[in-house]
Design a protein around this ligand. Structure first.
Ligand SMILES: *[C@@H]1O[C@H](CO)[C@@H](O)[C@H](O)[C@H]1NC(C)=O
Ligand SMILES: *[C@@H]1O[C@H](CO)[C@@H](O)[C@H](O)[C@H]1NC(C)=O
Ligand SMILES: *[C@@H]1O[C@H](CO)[C@@H](O)[C@H](O)[C@H]1NC(C)=O
Length: 273
């Protein structure tokens, strides 16, 4: 009976689709006041008392994705994760805000494992791909450059960051929250539903690409193309965060900024394996 149950559970775990919402939690964070919790980043109507509670430094969040087709990275019917970035409310940004917190790709892997994030790592290895080198290089670049600039994701914002069973939870939470956001922003499907599919020969207008995005999300995104050749390369989704910090707040989509693509003749080459 026991071994049968174990077998069944193992089989279930193996069959769990990668896009299923995982069972991890963020935090625990320090307690926040009711007046802070009522605020939204970049739209606060009164002063934010504690910058751990509502993002005040980079209050405009960007979830960014790659279309890496040359060389092809990640599943051919999916975009891949670039990162989660804190822009200021006006769209300017800063990077590398705390050198003392910088981590290597190997350290990130270790921290996620120590926090029990085996499914998270499995997902990252599939969908968070470096285009030229080991994936950990992109992961550490994203954490060191961007995650260290959140006011509300700092170790000081945690109730028990020295927790020995969950060390450096702020590092885990960056990767976990970014992956969860990515799961809700399936660019490949969104474009496909709007008639924009990879092709060797067909080209698209910026309006067609933005139209598909707007139809699915209600707002535009920033769309990036390669400079010389006009191939789709990136999509950046913009948000404000309501009622909490960057890892536990609610993400409210806002219109993207200027796109970096030609108006017509946009290529969307297939990932050939
Ligand atoms: C929003 O919060 C920031 C940080 O506390 C503060 O500087 C700013 O004045 C607040 N905005 C409003 C409209 O109160
Ligand atoms: C990888 O991505 C970086 C940053 O987007 C870019 O500068 C570089 O040219 C890319 N390399 C390859 C091999 O595509
Ligand atoms: C340690 O961290 C975990 C997850 O972040 C949390 O559930 C648990 O309550 C923490 N333990 C202590 C003693 O704070």
């Amino acid at each position: 009976m026991h071994s049968l149950l174990l077998l069944t559970l193992t089989a279930l775990a193996a069959a769990t689709p990668l896009n299923q919402r995982s069972a991890y939690t963020v935090g625990p964070f320090n307690t926040c006041s009711a007046s802070d919790k009522a605020q939204t980043s970049c739209r606060n109507t009164t002063a934010i008392q504690d910058d751990c509670c509502i993002e005040t430094r980079g209050g405009q969040l960007l979830l960014t994705q790659f279309w890496d087709w040359n060389p092809p990275k990640g599943p051919s019917a999916s975009w891949t994760i670039h990162g989660l970035w804190p822009d200021r409310c006006d769209g300017t940004y800063e990077g590398y805000c705390d050198p003392t917190r910088e981590v290597t790709g190997d350290q990130i892997t270790e921290i996620i494992q120590q926090n029990g994030g085996h499914n998270l790592l499995r997902y990252m290895r599939r969908y968070w791909k470096d285009n030229a080198s080991v994936d950990g290089n992109l992961w550490s670049h994203e954490y060191n450059k961007h995650a260290t600039c959140f006011s509300s994701g700092r170790p000081e914002c945690y109730a028990s960051n020295k927790n020995t069973t969950h060390p450096q939870k702020d590092v885990f939470d960056y990767f976990y929250r970014t992956v969860e956001l990515f799961k809700g922003l399936d660019t490949y499907k969104v474009l496909k539903d709007g008639g924009v599919v990879p092709s060797e020969s067909k080209t698209y207008t910026l309006e067609e690409v933005q139209g598909a995005i707007k139809k699915a999300f209600g707002v535009t995104a920033t769309v990036g193309c390669t400079k010389e050749t006009g191939e789709l390369a990136e999509v950046w989704y913009h948000f404000h965060v309501k009622g909490g910090n960057v890892y536990d707040g609610e993400y409210l989509p806002i219109d993207g900024g200027k796109s970096f693509c030609p108006e017509t003749g946009i290529k969307y080459p297939p990932k050939k394996k």
